[in-house]
Design a binder for this molecule. Structure first.
Ligand SMILES: Cc1cc2nc3c(=O)[nH]c(=O)nc-3n(C[C@H](O)[C@H](O)[C@H](O)COP(=O)(O)OP(=O)(O)OC[C@H]3O[C@@H](n4cnc5c(N)ncnc54)[C@H](O)[C@@H]3O)c2cc1C
Length: 357
């Protein structure tokens, strides 16, 4: 069987890994000359938001990709609202993963597991690839689903990033929620090595000019002074597909709507969708049916983000007060049974009953 993969990112490589272990050598096309994002950054996996993600993790476990190494365990999370600040400490609040070009990044770790044959500097159009039984669109973009009219845009976001040299400790992450400078999203600072951190501001539906304003406001309001090596902006569109398969094209990762849009970084969803696409090809399963539970979960998280976006400034403080209550802190961070209660439900309840009164 002949399978082509467009894109050697995390979903494309995960798919290739499983296909190879099932005896199929895919032809992988990558438009860049190398593996990984064009810049290094850290992806967080916060345990507080892990509830429900077994839906992704089970695929990583099934194919032995669940042992990707983080750069560190998180021991401290500082969250700040307009007035309220909450610090949570624990032995293991989550993980920091490297993403990007460097040797320890998630994509490099998957890449090193097999002797993948990648055709670099090949920018391909999944719609015009001929001679393959299946084509995996793992391009990280909705370009092809848009051409096919099967894409609904859910979220348009700008991420402004600064690479900074005076880092927070490798086991610490900071998250800010304040409508004054995020409009309706959030900002975070987290390290990705012993010497460097990334400061990111994420704003939905903003223009380049809005972003300039929000970034300056963010730095001034939070009195953030640092040595920035470089700053950059990334446009990021999240969409949902009517179905993640169109004829013989299977869409994975961001191209298939498998995102994780509340401080999730798309690592688990991207890898899991790539693995599932390969599993469906190998075992002749219906990808659209098998992927349904994952996509339902993505929709739920998108709903949660939409809910957070409706919060007023004072609601963020109330949410932090709620999360910072000693009993709740203890329950959420240290008690797996409590974490099993859906976080969305907590937020919805808090938003309706507690905050709006
Ligand atoms: C700071 C930051 C924060 C983020 N936060 C989130 C988040 O909260 N939630 C989330 O879901 N995601 C987030 N992301 C995006 C995250 O990187 C993706 O979710 C994840 O990488 C998806 O993997 P993928 O395989 O779909 O795409 P990618 O990892 O982007 O890989 C796509 C690959 O395809 C290649 N390619 C593209 N077009 C073609 C073509 N035509 N032909 C050949 N090759 C091609 C690209 O060069 C790239 O290597 C964030 C990214 C950044 C930088």
């Amino acid at each position: 069987m002949k399978v082509a993969i467009a894109g050697a990112g995390i979903s494309g490589l995960s798919c290739a890994y499983v296909l190879k272990s099932g005896g199929i050598e895919p032809v992988i096309f990558e438009k860049k000359g190398y593996i990984g994002e064009v810049f290094d950054y850290a992806g967080l996996r916060l345990k507080i938001f892990e509830n429900g993600k077994d839906i992704f993790k089970k695929y990583l476990k099934e194919y032995g990709l669940d042992d990707i190494k983080p750069v560190s365990k998180l021991k401290k999370i500082q969250m700040a609202g307009p007035k309220r600040k909450v610090t949570v400490r624990g032995r293991n609040l989550g993980y920091v993963y490297n993403r990007g070009e460097n040797e320890y990044s998630v994509e490099k770790q998957i890449y090193k597991r097999s002797d993948f044959k990648i055709q670099f500097k090949k920018n391909v159009d999944p719609l015009t690839l001929n001679g393959f039984d299946y084509i995996i669109d793992a391009t990280g973009r909705g370009t092809t689903p848009k051409k096919l009219n099967i894409w609904t845009s859910e979220l348009n976001t700008i991420i402004k990033m600064a690479n900074i040299l005076n880092p927070v400790p490798i086991d610490t992450a900071k998250i800010w929620f304040d409508k004054k400078y995020t409009n309706n999203c959030f900002a975070f600072l987290n390290p990705y090595s012993d010497s460097q951190s990334r400061l990111c501001l994420i704003v939905d539906n903003a223009t380049k000019n809005d972003m300039k304003y929000y970034w300056e406001k963010f730095l001034t309001e939070e009195k953030l002074e640092f040595d920035a090596v470089e700053t950059r902006e990334m446009y990021y569109e999240v969409g949902m597909l009517q179905k993640p398969q169109y004829n013989n094209i299977l869409f994975t990762g961001n191209a298939g709507g498998f995102t994780d849009n509340f401080i999730g970084f798309g690592m688990l969803s991207g890898m899991a969708s790539g693995i599932l696409a390969a599993k469906c090809i190998l075992n002749k399963l219906d990808y659209a049916i098998e992927a349904k539970p994952m996509l339902e979960y993505v929709k739920k998280i998108n709903k949660f983000r939409a809910l957070i976006n409706t919060f007023g400034r004072e609601d963020y403080d109330k949410l932090l007060s709620f999360l910072g209550t000693p009993v709740i802190k203890q329950l959420i961070y240290n008690n797996p049974f409590f974490r099993a209660v859906n976080l969305t439900k907590i937020a919805e309840k808090a938003a309706r009953k507690k905050f709006k009164k």
